[in-house]
Design a protein around this ligand. Sequence first.
Ligand code: NAD
Length: 483
Amino acid sequence: MSSPREQMFIDGQWVQASDGATRPTRNPADQSVIAEVPAATEDDTRQALAAAQRAFHDATWAKMDPAERGRLLRKVAALIYERADDIARTETLDNGKPLREAKGDVLFAAQTFEYYAGWADKIEGSVIPVPGPRFNYTRKEPLGVTVHIVPWNYPFQLGCRSIAPALAAGNTVVVKPASDTPLSMLKLAKVMEDAGVPKGVFNVLTGSGAKLGPILVGAKETAGVVLTGSVPTGQELLKEAARKIVPVTLELGGKSPNIVFPDANLDKAVKGAAFGIFMNAGQMCWAGSRLLVHESVHDEFVKKLADFARGWKAGSGLEKDTRIGPLVSQGHHQTVMGYVEKGKHEGAKLALGGARPEDPALAKGNFLTPTIFTDVDPKMTIFREEIFGPVLSVTKFGNDDEALKLANAVDFGLYAGVWTSNLQRAHRFAAELEAGQVAINEYPVTFPQTPFGGFKMSGIGSEQGASALHFYTRLKSVMVNLG
Ligand code: NAD
């Protein structure tokens, strides 16, 4: 049986690539082809940008009554809730994650649309007192066409994370999902169409990021770019954006510390440490991939964690009892396995996992069981580089200063967890950790109204919450002489 042929969504139309080219998208649990997806051409990309530009200048979006724009976005949220099971199933098939995690992502996305729908008519300027008979006020105007480049680890949730505020502020959107996981953004396009979002306001292009990315970023229509992806892609994108001085938000990788003190609730911390690295098969920007444990509880903690994680059943995300799905692609599986080998080679001690599950039924999938390395030294590659798989590096510390030094010793600064019942210590770490997000006695946690962004090489700018709206608007000062 041939797999279904998907279409992209450009200017309110469902279309194939202009040259008819497609690329398959696969189920990472067994490599079967789920669908053939258009491989957009440069011409398709220019069509999408032009459509978004027309829709922006048209009175139907940016100049729409903002309360009406908010109502439309609420409708988008309602349709996402209504279709949550179908969208989540698609995400699981395409990305591999367990269905309950995919459902959580989809609900988060619906809540994000609800949250920003409420902002649509509250994006206010201000009046500034100035000398003389003058009236000085500011306007927060939408940028125009915004480009959203989405990764494969949370395709629906992270797509919606930037699309919702962009639309609420009156921008129009061109989105490019990752080539490994294009399907859920096409589901979002159907939601937009059915909600009555005017044509051209929302466009989805599927295809290669390396090919389409530079065209999207460098186009004359593009007024803002949001990339959620890896550091090398962010660096490439910045070069392209520099040519045009186009504003960018970069949400990049991480190597986040999860720090456990002896005065913490250790059972709770074990669960937080496990979810922080094994959820989504560790393919999380905010993964707590470096566990720093006080030497007095280190052995007990690692044992409890390994016992807990050993029970995580690997399998297809569609199976009810699956706790850890496959990695997204064969290529990525190889990369992660390369880090496991490097960890062993550089002298870390493998305390759990490090191999495919034994079940022969899973042999075709990109599986790796929860993996824990102890005795990890800060000089080791697995301490410093983002692995983006279910691989935890554990390092001992002896006191608070040492823990802070270890925590801040890498180039990333996305997220950090601290487990302690000591209030002074908790707030000292909250202040001194170099991370955009710090979680005390919980890991990982975020909400649509909570800002999310990276320090250091983890990114520029931030998503979620009211502060994200600054990126999607430009500030104009108007001076009126009343004399
Ligand atoms: P990636 O950088 O390989 O790809 C991200 C997107 O960029 C894809 O859509 C890809 O097609 C596109 N792309 C590739 N080359 C491009 C180019 N030259 N110009 C423009 N776009 C291009 O990342 P990935 O492997 O899909 O995702 C994993 C990475 O994303 C990890 O590093 C992870 O930490 C990071 N991430 C960050 C956050 C965050 O909020 N900070 C969230 C999720 C993922």
